[in-house]
Write a protein that binds this ligand. Structure first.
Ligand code: XMP
Length: 516
């Protein structure tokens, strides 16, 4: 198993009971500048303690503690002297194990709820006595364990918060990690302060530690990195560049499926900043040949994936012979998705173009413990251009999955021009960072129009813009009519052959973000 950043920073372990909340909790802790990592609830207590965490947070979860087979914890965790904060299901587990009472209330408490807080407590000290919190539960703690003081209550939860500062044990029924609990961050901060966690997890110190770790891992060897044009591979490359300089060779495969200006952006990010070599392989023709006549989206993806590997391999062999490491921009959410056991399972779709199972490289993954916002901040501190740091997610197969039907140079060029207008207008409207992804799609149909008193038979363009937290679900963006109107007018005026613009108002589910 790869070593973690926890060796260098005070660490809070978040025990995951199966809710989507564990990731959010870990992020909130890190926003307080304390390193946190998610571990599965099945982790042996010895392993938790061996990590010497400054605190442990038990997350919420979808089960009832009364259900057969509901996940639990080893009670020794609560007697080891390590500060513990239980949230929702986590609080109920603590209550049950320590002699309190958890009732199946038969009802549920869901959504924004009024909390009466004890303002001289450790957990809620300094907060308003009456405040709003976010609830999402059925069972409820109805009697706190002996030794605990009840420090918060709602109408349906008589023990919405409890604490025993002498034993460093705390619990809340509500969710302090979500934005619907406005004072939630202070709860987490109060817990961290009580635990004595040093707030040293900052982009600056993360860079220093990551660079040291890369140097120790790579030693005198050389490495190669596939740049996709995205923020993750760029920041990974920038960190490795800091660590080993010209012993890193970056390979950027321009497959001709990028958006306007993107290839130049990658080169600009490198120019002057990087000691490492950058090899750009202009391979548009090769990819277009591979895509000729192909209309099926899955076939497109497969052809692009294998072409990418071949092109990258050729370039690596030619420009970095003998390289023994491959740098990848794998992020912490990818690691979490592969199982919080940290088993280092790398899913192929997370790698650049599906690299590199058949290649003989050891991996260097400097972003393995980072969330996207942390990666962006590190990129910013390392001096990468804004346009790259704030780049919206972009699929590996690029514009090929936005040109519906056959991908040709002419259709790509039309889409690229329309897409540029969409992004430009959203940027002018100041919406770029509020929107998860915005782009144009070229469908494989024609439409009739009238321009200058003449009938046209041209191409419609579809505008897609979504808001999202993590791309698992998404909402179509509620963009102002005036902005949409400007986009439509400009696309039709500026992109020859386009006579109609449609806005996609499908959320995910049932749609996906991309059209193919
Ligand atoms: P969908 O369309 O499935 O997309 O809602 C979810 C997110 O994933 C991106 N995406 C891809 N990223 N290779 C990638 O690296 C791919 O093949 C791919 N397909 C979709 C998509 O842009 C969105 O952010």
């Amino acid at each position: 198993m790869a070593t973690t950043a926890g060796e260098h920073f005070d660490t809070v372990l978040v025990v995951d009971f199966g809710a989507q909340y564990a990731q959010v909790i870990a992020r909130r802790v890190r926003e307080c500048n304390v390193y946190s990592e998610i571990v599965p609830h099945s982790i042996p207590v010895e392993e938790v303690l061996a990590r010497r965490p400054v605190g442990v947070i038990l997350s919420g979860g979808p089960k009832s503690v009364h259900e057969q087979g509901a996940p639990g914890i080893d009670p020794r965790l609560l007697h080891a002297g390590v500060p513990v904060l239980g949230i929702c299901y986590g609080q109920q587990l603590m209550a049950g194990l320590l002699g309190g009472e958890v009732a199946r209330t038969g009802g549920s408490e869901f959504g924004r709820t009024g909390l009466r807080a004890t303002t001289d407590s450790v957990l809620l000290g300094g907060q308003p006595g009456a405040q709003t919190v976010w609830m999402s539960h059925n069972d409820a703690v109805v009697a706190a364990p002996p030794g605990f003081r009840v420090v918060g209550a709602t109408d349906a939860s008589p023990v919405a918060a409890f604490e025993d500062p002498d034993r460093s044990l705390f619990g809340v029924q509500y969710h302090p990690e979500v934005s619907h609990t406005p004072r939630g961050r202070e709860v987490i901060q109060a817990f961290l302060a009580h635990a004595g966690a040093r707030p040293e997890w900052t982009a600056h110190s993360v860079i220093g530690t990551a660079v040291e770790r890369i140097r120790a891992r790579v030693g005198d060897a050389t490495a190669v990195c596939g740049l996709s044009g995205g923020v993750d591979s760029a920041v990974a490359a920038a960190l490795v560049n800091e660590a080993i300089g010209d012993r890193l060779t970056c390979v950027f495969v321009d497959h001709g499926l990028l958006r306007a200006g993107e290839a130049e952006q990658v080169e600009e990010a490198f120019g002057g900043h990087f000691e490492s070599k950058l090899v750009t392989v202009r391979a548009a023709e090769r990819f277009l040949d591979a895509l000729a006549g192909v209309t099926d989206p899955e076939v497109k993806r497969k052809r692009i994936g294998s072409e990418f590997i071949r092109t990258f391999e050729d370039a690596a062999r030619e420009h970095a012979p003998g390289a023994s490491f491959l740098v990848q921009g794998t992020l912490y959410p990818d690691v979490i998705e592969s199982g919080t056991g940290g088993a280092a399972v790398i899913k192929s779709h997370h790698n650049v173009g599906g690299l590199p199972e058949t290649m003989d490289f050891a991996l260097v993954e400097p972003l393995r413990w980072l969330f996207k916002d942390e990666v962006r901040e590190i990129g910013r501190q390392l001096g990468l251009p804004e346009a790259m740091v704030w780049r919206q997610p972009f699929p590996g197969p690029g514009l090929a999955v936005r040109v519906i039907g056959e991908v040709t140079a002419q259709r790509l060029s039309l889409l690229r021009a329309a897409d540029l207008v969409v992004r430009d207008e959203l940027r002018r409207a100041g919406l770029e960072r509020d929107i998860w992804q915005a782009f144009a799609v070229l469908p494989a149909i024609h439409s009739v129009g009238v321009q200058g008193d003449a009938r046209t038979y041209g191409h419609p363009v579809i505008v897609r813009a979504v808001t999202s937290e993590d791309a698992m679900t998404a909402d179509f963006a509620r963009i102002d009519w005036a902005v949409l109107e400007r986009i439509a007018t400009r696309v039709i005026n500026e992109v020859p052959g386009v006579n109609r613009v449609a806005y996609d108002i499908t959320s995910k589910p049932p749609g996906t973000i991309e059209w193919e």
